[in-house]
Design a protein around this ligand. Structure first.
Ligand SMILES: [Zn+2]
Length: 449
């Protein structure tokens, strides 16, 4: 099969298998709209999977989507075609995934303290280069958009600025936005990723400072972290409600969303009552808090992965059976609250906290989705939290997270249907992104992630 055959609008037959056909289809999409028919389509928005679906797209955007039993409206360039370019009856298509909580300046895979400390001693330029180097692998994992969750080295901001240069253009890299440095209090949790509010005369001046640095959103650290030995959050919140509200007000006045690191019922309370857009982590969240989050459309990013890792590697971290018991109890409760949030109708958003200890970029999100499924959500509900539903709530500046007209042409194609179980996202799959084709097998090399 040559490029010429394809350009003459002939259907690609699958003598060489779906992978070759998809490679050719991606290349062809850079010259004209292409027509793909798949066995199943999860569009990122609808809970129902469409059987025998047609997807028409070019390298830049999806042009039409429909049921193959009804005639799809073809663009003028290919209006004469009577059959799709490629028909993959045993494949499922879905949008590329949205990772809503990742620290792009950090390498997640190392778990030993010394290596992690050493990594952070590199210059900002090196940290940026390392982050950039892992982008192709992250995309190959199926992640098409990332909300960076903060760093003080300018890595997230530099990557987000680069993404903006390519806004609306072809770019085979995930879409990225960033809050820059998180806002925290001097001497309190978060100095590795945040800068203290005390550097500014007021909360609103601090927000203005972040925005002039280029922040797309505002990240605030309302609480500390879980004390694993004690099995709870032992420090009081670092920000009272009034301060959170002041930051939120200043961010809103500048059309910026706010996202709050908050664990422990008190910290979560201050984040909710302060009016943030999303609560990050939210360990020890209560029923009543979830109900208010639903009523106020505050999203929840539960980030199971970093805590699960503490259980999985308990021996390496030196945790005894008492601590492991605490950790397991926390995770069990978190799973229960995830199901409760789902029942109540809270907007649940998937984010892995990639970059934190033992949570690699890309693969970490796939693990997070599996943990959410194991907690009791259906595979489709979990996929919604990592595609259209989260993209809608987070309001990305690029149309990502759905396979629908007007959205970017960034799709996962696989013979291992993730709507059956999200574990299938770890199976071999293809990623089509802006006219490029990538294939990943199940053995993603974790090194560098
Ligand atoms: Zn984080």
């Amino acid at each position: 099969m040559t490029q010429i055959d394809l350009i003459n609008n002939r259907q690609v037959h699958l003598q060489q298998g779906g992978v070759d056909a998809l490679t050719q289809l991606a290349a062809l999409s850079t010259g004209r709209p292409v027509w793909l028919r798949v066995g199943r389509l999860f569009d990122g928005c609808c809970e129902r999977v469409l059987e025998d679906a047609d997807i028409v797209f070019d390298a830049k955007e999806i042009l039409a989507v429909g049921d193959s039993s009804k005639a799809i409206e073809l663009p003028a360039e290919i209006s004469e075609m009577s059959q799709p370019d490629v028909h993959l009856p045993s494949w499922t298509a879905l949008p590329c995934l949205v990772e809503s909580h990742a620290h792009l300046f950090l390498e997640g895979s190392p778990t030993d303290f010394a290596t992690r400390k050493q990594y952070l001693q590199q210059t900002s330029e090196t940290l940026l280069q390392r982050a950039q180097d892992r982008m192709p692998t992250i995309l190959r994992c199926g992640v098409g958009a990332i909300r960076d969750a903060g760093d003080k080295h300018g890595v997230g901001l530099a990557l987000a600025a680069k993404a903006k240069q390519h806004k609306g253009e072809l770019a085979t890299t995930p879409w990225i936005d960033s809050p820059g440095a998180a806002i925290h209090h001097q001497g309190r949790y978060g100095s590795f990723m945040g800068q203290p509010i005390e550097e500014f005369a007021s909360a609103s001046k601090c927000v203005a400072g972040r925005i002039s640095d280029g922040a797309d959103r505002v990240k605030l650290l309302v609480s500390g972290i879980i004390n694993f030995k004690a099995g709870r959050v032992t420090a009081p919140p670092q920000m009272p409600i009034a301060e959170v509200a002041e930051i939120v007000k200043a961010a809103k006045a500048n059309n910026r969303q706010t996202f709050a690191h908050a664990s422990g019922a008190e910290g979560v309370e201050n984040a909710i009552e302060g009016g943030v857009d999303t609560v990050e982590h939210g360990f020890f969240i209560t029923d009543d808090q979830l109900a208010r989050m639903r009523d106020r459309q505050i999203g929840w990013v539960p980030t199971f992965a970093p805590v699960q890792l503490q259980v999985d590697r308990a021996e390496q971290f030196g945790w005894d059976t008492i601590v492991v018991g605490h950790l397991q109890g926390i995770l069990d409760k978190h799973s229960k609250m995830l199901c409760r949030a789902h029942e109540l109708g809270v907007t649940i958003i998937a984010g892995s906290d990639a970059g934190s200890c033992g949570v690699p970029h890309g693969v970490g999100l796939l693990n997070e989705l599996l943990l959410m499924e194991r907690a009791g959500m259906s595979a489709i509900e979990v996929l919604l939290t990592a595609t259209g539903r989260s993209a809608n709530r987070l309001d990305f500046a690029e149309p990502v997270g759905q396979v629908a007209p007007g959205f970017r042409s960034r799709m996962i194609l696989t013979q291992h249907d993730p709507t059956v179980t999200v574990a299938n996202l770890r199976q071999p799959k293809a990623v089509l992104a802006d006219g490029a084709f990538m294939f990943s097998d199940e053995s993603t090399e974790m090194k560098g992630l």
